[in-house]
Every structure is written in C-alpha cells, then in structure tokens.
Design a protein around this ligand. Sequence first.
Ligand SMILES: *Cc1c(COP(=O)(O)O)cnc(C)c1O
Length: 496
Amino acid sequence: MEVLYSSTRNNEIQVTASKAILQGISKDGGLFVPSSIPTLEKSMKELSGMTYQEVAYEVMKLYLTDFTEEELKQCIERAYDSKFDTEIIAPLVSADGAYYLELFHGATIAFKDMALSILPHLMTTAAKKNNVTNEIVILTATSGDTGKAALAGFAGVEGTKIIVFYPKNGVSPIQEKQMVTQKGDNTYVVGIHGNFDDAQTGVKNIFADKVLEERMGEQGYQFSSANSINIGRLVPQIVYYIYAYARLLAEEEITEGEKINVVVPTGNFGNILAAFYAKNMGLPIDKLICASNDNKVLYDFFQTGVYDRNREFMLTSSPSMDILISSNLERLIYRVAGNDSGRTAQLMKALGGEGKYEVTADMKELLADFYGGYASEKETADMIKALYEKTGYVIDTHTAVAACVYEKYKEDKKDETKTVIASTASPFKFTRSVMDAIDEKYDSMSDFELVDELSALANVAVPEAIEEIKSAPVLHDHVCGNDEMQKTVEAFLKLK
Ligand SMILES: *Cc1c(COP(=O)(O)O)cnc(C)c1O
C-alpha cells in the first residue's frame, strides 16, 4: 500500500516519501508524517533470523513505498557497511538488569550515524526519482554531534555538497577536531563568531531567501537539510528497535509477544518518536520512558500537559540533550490530536508566540504510553560511577541520564518488565565528563591522556574515530562573522 506524507499543519498537502525526503520540512513549517503507520508484515520470529540490513529493508520498505526494492536495498548496503566497527551494527549489552542498545558503532561514535549514514543515499536516490538534476547542497548548523555525523555521511557522495556551520567557541575540542579534519572535496566546515542559535538562525535565513534560491537553481544547485525532522532520518531509526527485539528473541532473553520497555535519552524527540512508531507498527513495547537532563521541558510536559519553553537554558554534561524546543514532538502532538492538522498548527503557533501550549485532557490521556523522567548533573555522574563499579561497564553521559531515569522509574512503578536502554554515544566521545564521574584524580589529565585511561579502565579499544583525529591534519580553517554566512556559502559554491 502506498504511504503518502502530509504536513502536521496542513492535511491537504500530500507528497511521496522521496519528495518528503528531498524537501525536509513542509512549506507551511509543518513536519511530514505518514498518512498511516504501517504494520509489520513479517513476524518477530522471522525477523529474529535476519541481519541488520535485512531488518532495515523489511521496515523501511513499508514507509518509503515509492522506492524500488533495488533502490532501497542499495541505499541500505551502502550505509550499513564497514563504516560500522561491528557487523551486528547495533549490539545489545546486558548490564545490571537492563539491555543497553549500543547505537554508537558508526563513523562518528554517536547514534546520529544510524540515520545519517543512510540519509545521503536516500536523498540522492530521491533526487534521481524526481528528475532533479541540480546538485544538492546540505546546509547544517551544529552544536557538535550532528555536524560531524552529517559530514561523514555526505563526504564523497556524488551529486551533493555539504556546508556545516558551528559556533567557533561553542563545541568541545574533540568535536571541533573531528569536524575540521573532515576529508572530502564536497565538504566545507566553517566556524562562526557567535553561538549555536546564531548559526541556526543564519542557516534558516539562507533557506528562506527566495532570491538566493532562484540564483542557485539557475546555476544548478538546490538546498536541502539533514536535520532530525527529515523523515529520511526518522524512518531508519525505527529499524533498530525492531532489530533489538528480534535479537532478544533470537537469544531467548524474551518470548515472542512479550512486552518490553524502552528508555531513551531525549533532546529533539526524534529517537523516542521512532520507538513510538515501532510500537504502533506492532512491536510489543509497553512503556516509552523519556529521559531528560536538567532541561526537563519534556518531563514537565508529560506531568502536566503543558509544554513551556520559557525557562533558563542549562548547559549540562549531556549537551546533545540541551534543547528547549523538541521539534519532533510535533509529530506526536499531531497523532494524539487525532491527526488534526488545524489543531496542531494552532498549538505550534502558540509555541512560536508565547513559547507554550497546553494539550486537552483527551490528548493527555493518549500520552499514557509515555513516562517522563529526568536526572540532575550529580545523579548522572553518580550513575556512571555506580554502574562502572558494579559491572565494569562504562556508559556516556547521555546514556547515563537514561539509566538513571530507568532506576527512578523502577522505584516509582515497581515494574520489572525487561527493558532496553538506548545507548546514544560512546563514552570516548565525552571522555572528560565520564572520567571525572568515575574518579576526581583524572581532573589534571589532558583529553587524549584520558582516552587511553578510559580504554584501560573499560577494557575497550580506542575507537577508530578517536585514533584518527589524534594525528589527522586540519583541512578546514574558515571562520566568519554570523552576518557573513550567506556570503561564505556563495563563495564556496562560486555563485555568480
Ligand atoms: C542527538 C542525541 C540525543 C538526542 O536524540 P533526539 O533524537 O534529539 O532526542 C541523545 N544522545 C546523543 C548522544 C545525541 O547525539
């Protein structure tokens, strides 16, 4: 059955999957959602005998219905290959009564690789299908993780260029080194004088410039976006929840049909939304546990039904979750509003204006599958230390937020359902915070010394992604003012 995509703010807009991927966001500002969530065709038993790539095909074909079997399989093969350091792609590790689903075995050792390694292929395939001959130019503003994962995904992909803007003084030394050492003629990395919001606003302004869009078109270019609201990022993320269940079944950790809980450290609400879609496809998930750090907008929302971004923005040790507007929540709102785009548009208008909205009692009832929790900075650090001391397993700060919220959930609900915790980054990506949590004696060591200490302590080899940047030459040293971003783009593309 063909699945079309409509806008969360206007049901009358209906486009194919490939068009939705190319466009990224709907013209009315809404997000693309499938007309209906498909159900799994294969049984979990059948899926439990499949590789990651095979499961990916079984899941993604149900959403990307205008891609041919050959096209989709080729995208999958190109994405989930030796860029990952394990053939299993997403291993499950059992520690202290939970299963950690390690989503960080890709090129940049964070879970963004799970989707950003396939998005470029989906996008170039979508361009061909729609007879787009322009070169696709990806513009991204990043606070660290997304930029590198997008660069790694698009580097060397024919028919694309990628330009990443990051706040020159707003990312960690390891994150900056990862980006400025990026290889590939089609990549361009620019530090801006300003913060992440300035970078984001600059990119939005460039996207909104109609005159520029026209000039680009005349010279054979068009912009697209790799950010997490693209349906081409959401769909690949559904795969690993189904795969995790299939692995648990294959290893006889659960019986067919047995319900599991899922805990997800959440920022923009993309990862946990993918779990929600998986549940709605028929995957036996009971509770979706949404874990926040001190920026606990979502926790408050699940408690009260009021989403309120008017609060102080906190910088935490889990920076990829430091977000006050969780964009992908709009897709859940649309769903619990009974797919009512008018109602969703209204609420989002309130969010844009007053910075808050409240859902009705009926809508709130439909959120009962979700449980919101949060962990403070101290609780997060304590969790890393406690789990290490008890089991020897070392987790990163984001995953620790989830692990901590899971402990609180068990305390609160006395629920012993088997549980999968999404492990979203390698501890090597946030080495300093992780090592400081374990012992204060590490305080005086350099970042790269800490990498070796962590390797010894966790008995895990230093990931290639870290080894590589130790000696890699800097290939990008462009810096510009936040008012010069468009000029920088024009110069890179040699626009006339
Ligand atoms: C992006 C990110 C998250 C948050 O994921 P969302 O899909 O934005 O909710 C959590 N942990 C890490 C390490 C990330 O990079």
